[in-house]
Design a protein around this ligand. Structure first.
Ligand code: AKB
Length: 315
């Protein structure tokens, strides 16, 4: 295996993924890249290149410079931001994927990780325990781009033998990086506001149930699917992946076990409609069977870890 390139390394998942991959494969073998240099500490922590995910030549140059074999394409506009700029979201989410798929088709890289999302499902999908294969009529531009991307991944695998692997991430929660423009972002913000103000105003209604996962589990899943033998990866569109599901009310109850005076209010905005179109819980038995996926964190374990880390960070 040659070097690893992470495109979109400064985002919520990219930052954590870069750290994890560097701890496994060595700092110099993991090239972080993003469209701009954001956090100087992160940028200086190892090899970093400015790469616009829409610029095929830039990606190709970095791949050649570092002898990259594996690419993790994490650059994307998430659900809420994408609704505000549908044309750019479609351009970024689709064309960055085509660039990387075409580099693999041309034999310039060996393996791709590309994240999909529960947003591939829509209002006509069964909401509880949503199966791997089911009705998929996404109603957001983000969901449409992810569903189309899944079809293209499978197509490139079947026709050109491209080794592309993918997970349908649920909402992801981490203490170290903030999410950027998703519908599930409230589940990160709520912990910050609990510690800062003791109260939180949620943009989803208190009974809105969504599938969620702690970042530690999501990163481990990403590493594990990429390390699995190619023949174990039987699904080349994207795997359902699940850990927990909860409502704003339930996460509040979990926080109250540590901070009994914590309160929330709810003022649903445009993101409510997006959340209402998504599954409430996910059946991920294919991932569990094919590459032995197992989650570790449930809601209370995540709350304990989040509050511990965020409190320590604030000191
Ligand atoms: C979002 O809310 O847009 C993302 C996702 C579920 O893909 N977190």
């Amino acid at each position: 295996m040659g070097a690893i390139l992470i495109i979109g390394a400064c985002g919520q998942i990219g930052t954590e993924l870069t750290k994890k991959l560097r701890s496994i494969y060595g700092t110099d073998n993991v090239i972080a890249s993003d469209v701009r240099k954001t956090d100087p500490e992160f940028v200086e922590s190892g090899p970093f290149e400015v790469v616009n995910a829409l610029d095929f030549n830039q990606i190709e140059q970095v791949i050649e410079k570092y002898n990259v074999t594996d690419v993790y394409l994490m650059a994307a506009l998430l659900s809420a931001t994408a609704e505000k700029n549908p044309a750019f979201a479609w351009d970024l989410n689709m064309n960055s994927l085509f660039h990387v798929l075409n580099l693999a088709k041309a034999g310039k890289i060996e393996k791709i990780f590309w994240p999909s999302s529960i947003a591939v499902f829509g209002p006509t999908t069964p909401k509880q325990n949503t199966p791997q294969y089911t009705v998929m009529e996404p109603s957001t531009v983000y969901g449409i781009s992810k569903q189309s991307g899944e079809r293209w991944c499978e197509y490139y695998h079947n026709l050109y033998g491209v080794d592309v692997r993918s997970i349908r991430y649920p909402g992801l929660i981490s203490w170290s990086t903030l999410p950027g423009g998703g519908t599930t972002d409230y589940a990160v913000d709520i912990y910050h506001k609990a510690l800062e103000n003791g109260t939180y105003n949620c943009f989803l209604s208190e009974e809105t149930r969504l599938p969620m996962m702690y970042m530690d589990d999501a990163i481990r899943a990403t590493v594990e699917i990429m390390q699995a033998p190619a023949e174990d990866i039987k699904i080349r569109s994207s795997y359902n992946l699940s850990a927990m599901d909860f409502t704003p009310k339930e996460i509040t109850e979990s926080i109250k076990k540590h901070m009994p005076d914590f309160t929330i209010s709810c003022e649903p905005d445009f993101r409510q409609k997006i959340a209402d179109s998504w599954p409430q819980s996910i059946d991920d038995s294919s991932a569990r069977e094919d590459w032995n996926w197992k989650h570790e964190f449930d809601l209370d374990a995540m709350t304990t870890d989040m509050l511990e880390h965020l409190s320590a960070k604030a000191e």
